[in-house]
Structure formats: structure tokens, C-alpha cells
Ligand binder design. Structure first.
Ligand SMILES: Nc1ncnc2c1ncn2[C@@H]1O[C@H](COP(=O)(O)OP(=O)(O)OP(=O)(O)O)[C@@H](O)[C@H]1O
Ligand SMILES: [Mg+2]
Length: 452
């Protein structure tokens, strides 16, 4: 069932329940209120009549009494307690006597009298002095009050009916207003499902639905970016894999068809071995990147001394540095610890250092500084610096300069550093070449304390 109908059904049911309860309560209270009010009015009228009769008429002159009461359009009778008789009545005499007989006249508290299966509201007013035993008994038939009750209930029903219809129409209008943006949002989500990112439109909404719409748009943007980067990644990856494969295929076919002489065959085999090694390297790096992205358990942090880690990196890169005539300089205090996966962080540092060694002119500098909330590791060289055209995408996969290799080294370094709770930036060194700054926040060191 559509949300719009569910909301309306719930509201209509609630409205019906409220109206039924209110109607029942009013119906049962209204008669009591009418009886009470009638009694009060009868008493007021009766007291006025008794006053007039007391002051202006001679009690012994019952005829004068009767004449006066005759002029009043009321249902009443004069009763003499002493002689237990009805002195005057505006009702048929038989009815008045019937009243006296059918009801306990001594019970002054009984306000509802019954006669001939009909109920009457009564009010009894004594003449002064009380000893005279004369009382005026005023009556109103219950049927009169019930007629008022019926007419009141009929009006109430009309009010409920009109009010109910108006409320339901209003509820339809409001739920429509509420549900329409949700329906529109569903259409926008369908576009995301069909990957029509450019067709996504803003919708008219307020409050939480507007927030939801913003989240949907953010999600679509992120998904779009992710898909574009994945596409670029696959294009670059297939290109990178295709080039060595084509070269291997060319040489392999040449050797098979005996096109090459001995020297060329030898050279072809060398190229094939180099290309296979390169392919293996690319594939291993792609697997590493995929694992870093998707397997948090792949990363096992421990407490690591930065200086010792850089010394290990220097030991490993010394041969290639020596080969290129590059001097390595380390400036680091002892006892600076960070909480990282040692093997992978070393891999990140090696990637940065091999880049600097490859592109440096004569010196590579490594500096470690400890600040209040982070540890800073700087690796820089004195070469030509990062080429202008790739400086902004340098950490993206397969982005490389003219003298580059596979273009995965820096993206691997960034993935490892980000997994370590840190970040990396690239810039211009004061030595003239490239400068890589790695910041590892102390938050990870606190985590280490928690961990232990
Ligand atoms: N220290 C540096 N000086 C100048 N350019 C650099 C430096 N480090 C990196 N670059 C540029 O950034 C590019 C990307 O570097 P990255 O390490 O990601 O890939 P790569 O070195 O080409 O290949 P590999 O995946 O083998 O590391 C390099 O190709 C190079 O053009
Ligand atoms: Mg590199």
C-alpha cells in the first residue's frame, strides 16, 4: 500500500476514534447538564412565584392564588402537606394527584419524579413560614429535555461530518505535499541506478527530506567520481599491461618463426625477461593496492621507532644511491615512535626514497620532527622537481612523468600513509627538487596506548 494511503488511513481512523469518543462523552453528559440546568431554572422561577404569592396574596384566598398561577404558562401544583391535598394545579387534577401518589413526597432530595411511565424534573419551593406546610411543585417533562438532547446531537453530528470531511481533504493535501518529494527522490535514485548522473535534478523539499536529498546527491557525486576513477584505473592498467605483453608477443613470435639471428634472439629473450619482471611488478603492486583498499586486517600496526625505520630504508637503498652517485642524509632524533604497520610503512618510505634517488642530482635529505600533535617526516631531493603537468595528480594510480616507471609507487605510499592515520603532500624543496611531507597524527599513538 502506498505511503500516501497508509498515512491517510491512519489519520482517518484516528479522527473517527476521536469523534466517536467525543460524541459518546457529550451524548452521555448533555442530558445530566440539561436536567441540572432545568432544575435551577425551575427553582428560580418557583422562588419568584412564591415571593409574589407570599407578599401580594392572602394565603387563605386559594382562589386568588389559583387565578394568579393560572396566568403563568407553567406546569405546577400547590400542595398542602398538612392535609395531604392538592390545592391548585395547572395540570389535570387527576395527574397532580397521581404525582403525589406515585412518588415519595416526603423525600425532598428526589428530583426526578415518575408518573404514567414518564419522568419529570421537579423543583419544590416551600412557602413561609415553613410550618404552613404549603409548597409549590414545579415540573418539566423529561421528554422536553430529551428533545433538546436529540436536536443537540443532530447538530453535533453535522458539525462532526463537515469537520471530518474537511480534515480528511486537508490530510490528503498535506500527505500529498509530504509524499511527492519522496516520489521525486525515488525517481532521482532510479537515475543513479541507471548511472545517469548528469540527469539528476534538485527536488522541491524542506526539512529532513531536503537533508536526505543532499545525502543522495553527495552519494551520487561520490559514486560518479569513484566510477570515473575506476574507469581511468582500468584504462591505465590495461594500457600498462598491454605494452609489455605486446613486446613479449612480438619477440616470442619472432623467435618461434626463426626471424631473428642469434644475437637478436639473445636480445629478444633479455627483453622478454625484463618485460615479464615489469609485468610481475605491476601486478604485485595492483594486488597490494587492492588489498590496502579493501582489507583492513591486511594492515597490522605496532609501535615503531621512526629513526630506526629510516635507517633500514637507507640500508636498502644504499646500493642504488651509490650507483647513481647520490648521498643520503638523515636528520632524526631518537625515540620518536609512531603506531604503524612496520613492513608497509617501510614500503611507503622506500617508494618515496627511490623516487628521490632516481630524480635527485646528488643529495637526498630525510628529516624527522616531532610536534605537539603529530610527527613529521620530510624526504626531499635536489633534482628538477615534480613536472608541472602532473603535480596535482601525482598520487593517482598510473600517473607518471617522462622518466617514470609504472606510476604506482606514490599511490601505494599514499594508501599506506592514510591507513596509518596520516597524510602526505608533495611540493618544492628548498634544495631545488621534489619534497614529500608525511604527517602522522599523535591520535594513532594514543590508540597504541589504548591497545596495550
Ligand atoms: N622526487 C621526484 N622528483 C621528480 N619527479 C618525481 C619525484 N617523485 C615522483 N616524481 C614523478 O611522479 C611520477 C609518479 O611517481 P610514482 O612513484 O608514483 O611512479 P613511478 O616512480 O613512475 O613508478 P613506480 O610505480 O615504479 O614508483 C613519476 O613518474 C615522476 O614523474
Ligand atoms: Mg616511484
Amino acid at each position: 500500500m502506498k505511503l500516501k494511503y497508509q498515512l491517510n488511513a491512519a489519520f482517518t481512523t484516528l479522527l473517527l476514534v476521536i469523534m466517536a469518543v467525543t460524541g459518546f462523552v457529550i451524548y452521555s453528559l448533555i442530558l445530566d447538564m440539561l436536567v441540572e440546568d432545568e432544575q435551577r431554572q425551575l427553582k428560580q422561577k418557583g422562588e419568584i412565584l412564591v415571593n409574589i404569592l407570599n407578599q401580594q396574596y392572602d394565603r387563605q384566598n386559594v382562589q386568588a392564588f389559583s387565578d394568579f398561577l393560572e396566568t403563568q404558562d407553567l406546569q405546577l401544583f400547590l400542595y398542602d402537606r398538612e392535609y395531604n391535598r392538592v390545592l391548585y394545579t395547572s395540570l389535570p387534577r387527576q395527574a397532580a394527584q397521581g404525582f403525589v401518589k406515585s412518588n415519595d413526597i416526603a423525600d425532598a432530595k428526589e428530583t426526578l419524579w415518575t408518573y404514567n411511565n414518564n419522568k419529570y424534573v421537579t423543583s419544590r419551593i416551600l412557602f413561609y413560614p415553613r410550618e404552613s406546610g404549603m409548597e409549590l411543585i414545579m415540573l418539566t417533562p423529561m421528554t422536553d429535555l430529551q428533545a433538546v438532547q436529540q436536536s443537540f446531537v443532530q447538530r453535533l453530528l453535522i458539525v462532526f461530518l463537515v469537520g471530518g470531511v474537511l480534515a480528511i481533504v486537508l490530510s490528503y493535501y498535506l500527505t500529498n505535499k509530504l509524499v511527492t518529494p519522496l516520489t521525486q527522490l525515488r525517481m532521482e535514485l532510479k537515475k543513479i541506478e541507471k548511472r545517469q548522473f548528469d540527469a539528476i535534478q534538485p527536488i522541491q523539499a524542506t526539512g529532513e527530506i531536503k537533508d536526505l536529498e543532499k545525502s543522495v546527491h553527495d552519494m551520487a557525486d561520490a559514486l560518479h567520481k569513484y566510477m570515473t576513477s575506476q574507469q581511468a584505473f582500468f584504462q591505465n592498467a590495461s594500457h600498462e599491461l598491454k605494452t609489455p605483453l605486446m613486446s613479449i608477443q612480438g619477440y616470442a613470435e619472432g623467435i618461434r618463426d626463426h626471424i631473428f639471428d642469434e644475437a637478436e634472439t639473445e636480445k629478444g629473450l633479455d627483453v622478454m625477461v625484463t618485460e615479464v619482471k615489469r609485468l610481475k611488478k605491476i601486478i604485485n603492486e595492483m594486488i597490494l593496492l587492492a588489498k590496502l583498499d579493501s582489507e583492513p586486517s591486511f594492515y597490522e600496526p605496532t609501535r615503531v621507532d621512526v629513526k630506526q625505520l629510516l635507517e633500514q630504508a637507507i640500508d636498502r637503498t644504499k646500493p642504488i644511491a651509490h650507483e647513481k652517485g647520490i648521498e643520503l642524509h638523515l636528520n632524526a632524533d631518537t625515540d620518536i615512535n609512531i603506531y604503524v604497520d612496520e613492513e608497509k610503512f617501510l614500503r611507503a618510505l622506500l617508494n618515496l626514497m627511490t623516487n628521490c634517488i632516481r630524480h635527485g642530482a646528488g643529495h637526498v635529505h630525510m628529516t624527522v620532527k616531532k610536534a605537539l600533535d603529530h610527527t613529521e617526516i620530510v624526504i626531499e631531493d635536489d633534482g628538477d622537481g615534480i613536472p608541472e603537468n602532473i603535480v596535482h595528480q601525482i598520487f593517482q594510480r598510473f600517473v607518471k612523468g617522462k622518466s617514470g616507471e609504472t606510476g604506482l609507487g606514490l599511490s601505494i605510499a599514499r594508501a599506506i600513509i592514510e591507513q596509518s592515520g596520516g597524510r602526505i603532500t608533495a611540493g618544492q624543496s628548498e634544495f631545488g627538487g621534489a619534497k614529500f611531507t608525511v604527517l602522522i597524527s599523535l591520535r594513532t599513538e594514543k590508540q597504541e596506548k589504548k591497545h596495550r
